[in-house]
Design a protein around this ligand. Structure first.
Ligand code: ASP
Length: 345
């Protein structure tokens, strides 16, 4: 993936304001301005606003941070615009293998599923693993069996697919790109001029990391994080990225911060990115902003990591940033209108 200058968010909710606050992301990547109509761009913004509006209402009525982040990610999984749940990318053998995780900062309890193919909402399965399995991570068919025992909805494996994602896989395979992130493949294809056509979406579908995630601080001062993904287009069957790995793509600790990541999963695992933010704050004494910038600019770049993260600290500060050109993102404070953004500015 081409290197981009580091970009930081236009969204900086007032520092030091406690109280319910929730942030979401729908992936980061290269922006292709003008690649879509304002109506198409509006669809992304509307979806982000809808999710923020719904979860803000829940938190206003007393929902916990954990309930709010799970609902935000469930809604994003249902939306085919994003690479999680319905609309997930394809593996090299034309299937979908989904990963998700949740973490509660109150007691650092956590749950995750990886490589699941038939659970409609993987984030709900991650929550069930946290609450009812006695474990932190379950994988594959056994994770599915557990989820169905807990009453979660089963779908046929092809329920997750969309024609756009299949075309993305076919173009990646035709160009022999190997394993590509959700949106990297289309960028390379568009760039080489052979497969043509601007990618769809305000962020180039070929360079966007399509994972979705949410972080929140509730009225009781508790933090939570949730992350869900289809992974990378054309990934090897069995490949697991950072999204379901606690400490890599998801982390929450009431003593410091809640974090959800999106980007090149292997690098985020090697950087232990989400936990690194927490450790820099809790042990290193860095501010939210300093810790996030250090991870996104320095630590991830040292291991070739492209992408971004969203984070909310125990004081209610929010940081939404990335080292690519854009990230679908939004934040809402109870009593204020949701703010959403896509591009760096
Ligand atoms: N981090 C995800 C993974 O590597 C991909 C993404 O963020 O889109 O599976």
């Amino acid at each position: 993936m081409p290197r981009h200058p580091s970009r930081f968010p236009a969204l900086w909710p007032a520092a030091g304001v406690r109280g319910p606050v929730l942030a979401i992301h729908g992936g980061a990547g290269t922006i292709r301005r003008g690649a879509l109509t304002s109506e198409e761009e509006s669809a992304y913004r509307l979806e982000l606003r809808t999710v923020l509006g719904r979860t803000a209402q829940m938190m206003e009525q007393g929902a916990s941070a954990m309930d709010a982040v799970v609902e935000a990610v469930r809604m994003l999984e249902e939306c085919p615009l994003f690479n999680a749940g319905r609309g997930a990318v394809y593996t090299a053998d034309r299937r979908h293998e989904l990963d998700a995780s949740v973490m509660d900062g109150r007691d650092r309890s956590a749950g995750a599923v990886a490589g699941v193919t038939r659970i409609r909402n993987p984030v709900l399965a991650a929550r069930q693993v946290k609450d009812h399995s006695g474990h932190v991570m379950l994988i594959g068919p056994a994770a599915e069996a557990f989820a169905f025992e807990q009453g979660l909805e089963r779908v046929e494996p092809d329920w997750f697919g969309t024609p756009q994602r299949l075309a993305q896989l076919e173009r990646a395979q035709a160009a022999a790109l190997g394993q590509v992130l959700d949106h990297d493949g289309q960028q390379a294809l568009a760039d080489d001029g052979r497969h043509g056509g601007p990618a769809r979406g305000p962020i180039d579908e070929s360079t966007k990391f399509g994972t979705v995630g949410a972080v929140a601080l509730d009225a009781h001062g508790h933090l939570a994080a949730a992350t869900s993904t289809g992974g990378m287009t054309n990934k090897r069957p069995g490949r697991v990225g950072d999204s379901p790995i606690i400490g890599a793509g998801c982390y929450a600790d009431d003593r410091s911060v809640a974090v959800s990541c999106t980007g090149t999963g292997e690098a985020f695992i090697r950087a232990a990115a989400a936990h690194e933010v927490s450790a820099l704050m809790r042990i290193g004494g860095l501010s939210l902003q300093a810790a996030c910038e250090r991870v996104v600019v320095d630590e991830l770049r040292q291991v070739g990591g492209d992408g971004g993260l969203i984070a909310i600290d125990a004081q209610g500060n929010a940081w939404l940033g990335f080292n690519t050109e854009g990230m679908y993102r939004g934040v809402v404070r109870i009593g204020s209108d949701p703010e959403v953004a896509i591009h760096a500015d």
